[in-house]
Design a protein around this ligand. Structure first.
Ligand code: HEM
Length: 236
């Protein structure tokens, strides 16, 4: 019994040591990154409704559904924690690498020629962070604390999210900022997605090729998918 407890305690110490170590931090960066990748797919799907119906009803209904759905509401703080943890851990790792100048976190991973994206992950992350601050202030904050005009469909009254988004995308330089951010996002994902799987340890030589292809494909889908929205409003 005592031996079992000792083994359990030892395992716990090894595990807690792992999570607070550099390797453990990289693991969490990967896990939170993959979580954010899933969020992006859901967010893109919802936002593409902007271009499928220019009366705005479809988008307003989707935003209303997301805003009142219990699962989405529960996910919101988890998403915020995921973003903050990702940024915080990447910052610690980058600072540590810069001061010690030992093994470079910008992925000196065996067999993977260092790409432009891999060498600039932190800068790309900062571009996305700047975009996120602008984005959260303009959208999320206004939804939560602003006084958005409402619209009615039949007996249902809801916030006119389409009015807010289409109003902002009517400003050409606002579209340009978004497009530049989406290019940065695509590059960030192209390396981050692949790298996350490598860190988690699912990458043999053969798997690496497959994950690289999936990462590039996903990055293109997310980058092009989001870019369609400001381009659509620019051309409208
Ligand atoms: C054209 C592209 C985009 C549009 C039109 C858009 C639109 C919106 C809108 C309307 C909201 C407020 C929804 C609400 O609070 O209920 C929102 C929230 C948010 N957006 Fe975006 N978004 C876009 C791209 C992005 C990208 C690329 C990211 C991440 C890199 C992102 C991250 C977020 C986050 C974290 C929130 C707050 C959480 C949430 O409400 O789901 N968005 N976005």
């Amino acid at each position: 019994m005592r031996q079992q407890n000792f083994a359990q305690n030892n395992n716990f110490l090894i595990m807690s040591g792992f999570y607070s170590s550099t390797v453990g931090k990289k693991f969490w960066v990967s896990l939170t990154g993959l979580f954010l990748v899933v969020f992006l797919a859901v967010h893109l799907t919802a936002n593409l409704m902007l271009v499928f119906d220019d009366t705005g009803e479809l988008f307003n209904r989707v935003v209303h559904f997301m805003g009142t759905n219990i699962i989405i509401r529960i996910m919101e703080p988890i998403l915020a924690i995921g973003f903050l943890a990702h940024i915080f851990l990447v910052s610690i790792l980058t600072l540590r690498n810069q001061t010690t100048r030992t093994q470079n976190y910008k992925m000196q991973k065996l067999g993977h020629a260092s790409s432009w994206a891999s060498r600039n992950m932190y800068i790309l992350g900062l571009v996305i962070l700047t975009f996120l601050v602008i984005h959260i202030v303009n959208y999320w904050y206004k939804f939560k604390f602003g006084d958005l005009p409402t619209t009615t469909y039949g007996a249902e009254e809801m916030e006119n999210a389409y009015g807010l988004v289409s109003g902002l995308f009517a400003i050409w330089w606002y579209d340009v900022i978004y497009i530049l951010a989406f290019i940065g996002l695509a590059y960030h994902i192209s390396h981050g997605f692949w790298s996350a799987f490598q860190t988690i340890g699912w990458s043999s030589d053969k798997a690496r090729k497959v994950w690289t292809a999936i990462a590039y494909l996903y990055a293109i889908v997310i980058g092009v998918g989001f870019t369609i929205i400001p381009v659509y409003f620019l051309l409208k």
